[in-house]
Design a protein around this ligand. Structure first.
Ligand SMILES: CSC[C@@H](O)[C@@H](O)C(=O)COP(=O)(O)O
Length: 351
């Protein structure tokens, strides 16, 4: 299987991230050197995707404790990082794990322990991705395709290398299937307004996985035309009853999949399930700046980065970043422990 590109790594007393705001046009890396730069990287979406947000926050704690690791410094780091983005629960999961590892220690031991725990979170995420990949692959092998044509998947947003520390969540089974020699093709929806689908296309291109970009609005038509076998997406927070928050537009795909009798899979680690949230109504949905909708970022014919305003001056814009797909539209949740129907999540509560 092709190696995922490194989204996040420690380099001495600093952290190096792949700046996703510059993709797919430019592959550039940024150094994080303190709490403020780690928090800004998450808030401004230089890193994004639920598991990667959590891992970056963990490294942010390590950066914050480099010089002072008092109780106050630890609490401040946790508070600042918790406030960066509201929907992905992996952020809180990772910060809770950091707090549990560090709080009992004397301040003099916390610095080294913070780096060790952040590294462990990163490694664990990659291992979890691999397990999601093999469970998903087992399910994919049961999907029959006529005349040996490729299995046609549809995904939304980016839930691959770029959203995690390994092969991804929704894309891990696709990478596993491709590596196992199954013929696959992926419909990649653009994912307006931030166009995370372009990130998915970038990494699938690097991995050599056949795929095609589509406008978000083309999804229903492709399903109606029999050109999709299954939809697979990631998640930012799954409530105890299986209601799933993911990138805005996921809900419409789930509705269309149900209307056309297609399986709709959510792939996510156990850390994305929030048992404190009984159902989707309790999931906080991030509202982001209207500028994400108003301004298109790209490169001009001269190859230089440019942005273009597409909405009329003064146009009112509503920009929810996520939506909630009700559990009854979800065929199965693929996690590191297997594939569960959404009403069976309680069995994971003590994992
Ligand atoms: C493995 S990532 C799953 C989700 O985090 C992903 O689908 C998503 O919605 C990412 O949103 P983003 O706003 O780009 O952080």
């Amino acid at each position: 299987m092709s190696e995922p590109c490194p989204t996040l790594r420690r380099d001495g007393d600093e952290v190096v991230i792949l700046d996703q705001t510059r993709l797919p046009h430019e592959e550039s890396y940024v150094r994080l050197h303190d709490l403020a730069s780690a928090a800004a990287a998450i808030r401004d979406m230089q890193v994004r995707g639920a598991p990667l947000i959590g891992a970056t926050a963990a490294y942010g704690v390590a950066l914050a404790l480099r010089h002072t690791a008092t109780d106050e410094a630890l609490q401040q780091a946790l508070d600042v990082l918790r406030a960066t983005r509201p929907t992905a629960v992996n952020l809180h999961w990772a910060l809770d794990r950091m707090r549990a590892a560090l709080q009992p220690l004397p301040p003099s031991s916390r610095g080294a322990a913070a780096w060790a725990e952040a590294e462990a979170i990163r490694r664990d995420d990659a291992a979890t991705n691999a397990r999601i990949g093999s469970h998903g692959l087992a399910a994919f092998r049961t999907l029959a395709t006529p005349n040996g044509r490729p299995l046609q998947f549809m995904t939304h947003c980016n839930a691959g290398w770029l959203a995690t520390c390994g092969h991804g969540t929704a894309l891990a089974p696709i990478y596993a299937a491709h590596a196992a020699g199954l013929k696959v093709h992926v419909w990649v929806s653009e994912t307006r307004p931030r166009n995370q689908g372009l990130l998915t296309a970038w990494e699938l291109t690097r991995a050599g996985v056949p795929h095609t970009l589509i406008a978000d609005n083309a999804a229903g038509w492709l399903m109606a035309a029999g050109r999709v076998d299954a939809v697979i997406v990631g998640a930012d927070r799954i409530a105890a009853n299986g209601d799933t928050a993911n990138k805005v537009g996921t809900y419409l795909k789930a509705l269309a999949a149900r209307a056309h009798g297609l399986p709709f899979y959510v792939a996510a680690p156990r850390s994305t399930i929030d048992f404190a949230c009984p159902d989707g109504a309790g999931i906080p949905i991030e509202e982001r700046s209207g500028d994400e909708f108003r301004l298109i970022h790209g490169v001009g014919e001269d190859g230089r980065a440019q942005r273009t305003r597409i909405a009329g001056e003064g146009a009112a814009i509503c920009n929810p970043a996520f939506d909630v797909t009700p559990a009854e539209l979800v065929t199965g949740i693929i996690c590191e422990f297997g594939i569960l129907p959404p009403d069976a999540l309680a069995s994971l509560q003590n994992h």
